[in-house]
Design a protein around this ligand. Sequence first.
Ligand SMILES: [Zn+2]
Length: 270
Amino acid sequence: MRWICKEHIEESLDAEWRQSATDALTVLNFMGSIKEKKAYLRSAQASAVWRSFYEKLPDRLKHKCWYCEAEEIRSDMPVDHFRPKGKVEECAQHDGYWWLAFDWENYRCACTFCNSKRNFEETQGGKGYKFPIFNEGSRASLPADNYQNEEPAILDPCDPDDDRLLWFDADGFPEPIAGASEEQAQKVINSKEIFHLHETRICRKRNNIRIDVKKHVNNLASTHRPTARAAKSSLRRMIGDTEMLSRAAFVYLSQHRHIDEVQEILDQGA
Ligand SMILES: [Zn+2]
């Protein structure tokens, strides 16, 4: 999970894109029945809006998945509707957040692994139509309802408080940060299941990052200055938010924060 600054998204969307989203919403609102609306949302005309949203984003915002931080998002449909547009798995009578289908604030770049419902040998999940919230009684089901009152029970890359809740054990397995409240811990656990954050290959990659971080931290103490400098550069790069699995690098580097130079790198990266 990486934090995505909404202002950076907004800056990359031009007037032409905003107009196309407004036009599509006008068409959607014009449709009388939910059945017609859903058919429109499945059309190529509708999906062109979020496809072109993806194209407008600068590379630094879209070269890795916002949920799992893997660089595997070159799929046909890399945009997830955070609030599902067609239906909601946790609420049978819900018709989906169709009115947010063209709202860029509801878009998250996601790899097919995180986005699509599927089964694997050891994990099953994929976000699909899932959108668990803690306060079901406040779930928005109509455009007039304020969805901001909902308390999502999964981590949101666009929430500046959420990425820090995700921690990893010494095998690269995701867990809540120490001291997390019951609700915060539940968000991490739900996200782990829904986004397959505990799948073997990605855990192994995080573990490799742990080993690399340790190697570079050891090199920081080298009396050979070029070696120490290269180690510092590598660590600063690894925790940069455009790097693959940067949250894991941050977590593993934090374990060495008793070393002054490491603390300095963490402060610079924050
Ligand atoms: Zn992903």
